[in-house]
Design a protein around this ligand. Structure first.
Ligand SMILES: CC(C)(COP(=O)(O)OP(=O)(O)OC[C@H]1O[C@@H](n2cnc3c(N)ncnc32)[C@H](O)[C@@H]1OP(=O)(O)O)[C@@H](O)C(=O)NCCC(=O)NCCS
Length: 433
């Protein structure tokens, strides 16, 4: 394929993501090691691009390695308790100085107007303020953590107002108490709390050392994160972020992305390509979702029966479901099958039919249909299927909203044609994956 075609394909492939991300809120934390690395210029460019694509951005920076070097330069000893730096009154000015230096550098880079880059002339409007209220960590195991603090409150309404005006909100890992004290906050935790307070669509950590040098795109559920937290082989940087990711996901942040900036443009690959680039933590894989087994046939039959009676779904016999059970995905809650979908490949194994999609009435409208479709699409694409089709009488708009298009000239695979009932007048919808 020529480069031009590659480019066209890539751009078309990115289109659904461009559309999906528009007007969404992303909280991005960048570690100071990345800010001072040669990857940073490219990253600034990519952040500007996100802003121009209509994404609402809150950006935070970390300061850990800069604080370390300020301490070393000034021959100060770092004291830690439970891996948290104890910031006392004597070292607080050095901590503030280090944080302000990172912030000023970060702010300056984000204000460059990006000369000599494809985003030349585009300027971000950055806004900062006292959006973070901190409070003392207090005394832990008899040790007073002094100016090491935790997040008390995020002024989310004020931040949201600024985001609506297309400003980019820039935050440092400092918090101020209601009594006027300054607290050094862990940047990863602050990013998590900001994302939770804003109910952000994405929380993104860009930090070195996450993947031990092996960058492979992966998707994790909260329970898979739990398993990785218990695994001694998981790098400690990754563990700390996974802990934040679980909390964020449980607090309704939709997705958390962990990006190790080994490749220039990793952020764009993660956000605008199907395969992604980093680690994505999501609640998409509803904890009760799983491949169906023969024991689920009864539950599936009870779930689809009302839709068969009303003519929305084609009637399927118990035998047919038993034969096709390996192609079904179900969601189970409290022992009951509350949603199901089938993805049945044809003999070429390049095309598959999406069939028998149903969500129990009490659970409709909470995203389960969407989750099941995404799960089977993801699996189908990984198994080499490039096209999905579905036949529907009353649900065409739902499928169209999920990327399907109506087709009048698609020829059904022979095996499917044998069971086709033209009297239903079903529409045939296709989706390339
Ligand atoms: C279609 C169905 C699977 C969607 O599952 P779900 O979990 O409710 O869907 P989601 O929560 O992901 O999406 C809900 C959105 O889809 C919309 N929707 C639901 N049914 C729709 C339909 N028939 N046509 C168009 N949009 C529909 C809802 O209005 C809602 O939109 P909103 O968020 O803008 O209000 C479910 O409604 C269902 O089981 N319907 C009956 C069986 C059926 O039609 N199966 C498909 C046969 S081909």
């Amino acid at each position: 394929m020529s480069n031009t075609q590659d480019y066209v394909q890539w751009f078309r492939g990115a289109a659904p993501y461009i559309k999906a991300h528009r007007k969404k809120t992303f909280v991005i934390m960048v570690s100071d090691e990345v800010i001072y690395s040669d990857r940073f210029v490219g990253l600034v460019h990519d952040i500007a691009l996100l802003n121009h694509l209509g994404i609402k951005l809150v950006i935070l920076h970390g300061s850990r390695s800069s604080i370390d070097s300020h301490f070393a330069d000034n021959k100060l000893e770092s004291r830690f308790h439970h891996n948290i730096r104890i910031t006392d009154a004597a070292t607080l000015p050095f901590v503030i100085q280090a944080i302000n230096e990172v912030r000023t550098f970060f702010e300056a880079q984000l204000s460059t107007g990006l000369p000599n880059t494809p985003m030349s002339g585009s300027e971000l409007s950055l806004v900062s303020g006292n959006f973070v209220t901190g409070m003392p960590l207090g005394v832990i195991d008899g040790i007073d953590m002094q100016h090491s603090g935790k997040v008390r409150d995020i002024k989310h309404d004020e931040i949201n107002e600024l985001l609506a005006l297309n400003h980019v909100v820039l935050l440092s890992n400092l918090g101020y108490s209601r009594t006027g004290e300054v607290f050094n906050l862990p940047a990863e935790e602050l990013a998590g709390k900001v994302a939770q307070a804003l109910k952000a669509d994405k929380l993104i950590y860009i930090q070195q050392g996450i993947t031990n040098g092996e960058a492979t795109a992966s998707t994790l559920s909260a329970s898979e994160c739990d398993l990785m937290l218990q695994d001694p082989a998981t790098p400690s940087e990754l563990k700390s972020l996974l802990g934040q990711a679980i909390q964020a996901i449980q607090a309704q942040v939709k997705r958390v992305h962990l990006i190790d900036p080994q490749v220039d443009g990793g952020l764009l690959l993660e956000l605008f390509t199907r395969d992604g680039y980093g680690i994505m933590v999501t609640n998409l894989f509803y904890e009760g979702s799983r491949a169906a087994s023969i024991d689920d046939v009864g539950g599936i039959l009870s779930l689809i029966e009302p839709h068969e009676s009303s003519g929305v779904l084609v009637a399927r016999s118990r035998e047919q479901i038993e034969l096709e059970i390996s192609h079904f995905q179900v969601i189970e809650k409290d022992g009951m099958i509350i949603a199901c979908i089938a993805c049945i490949p044809d003999s070429s194994a390049r095309t598959a039919e999406i069939a028998c999609l149903a969500v129990h009435e009490s659970y409709q409208g909470s995203g389960l249909g969407n989750q099941l479709l995404q799960i089977v699409e993801d699996r189908a694409s990984k198994s080499g299927i490039s096209r999905l089709y579905t036949l529907t009488t009353r649900t065409s708009h739902w499928f169209i909203e999920h990327g399907f298009v109506e087709s009048r000239d698609f020829k059904l695979p022979e095996a499917r044609l044998a069971r086709y009932n033209p009297e239903r007048g079903s529409k045939i919808l296709l989706k390339s994956i």
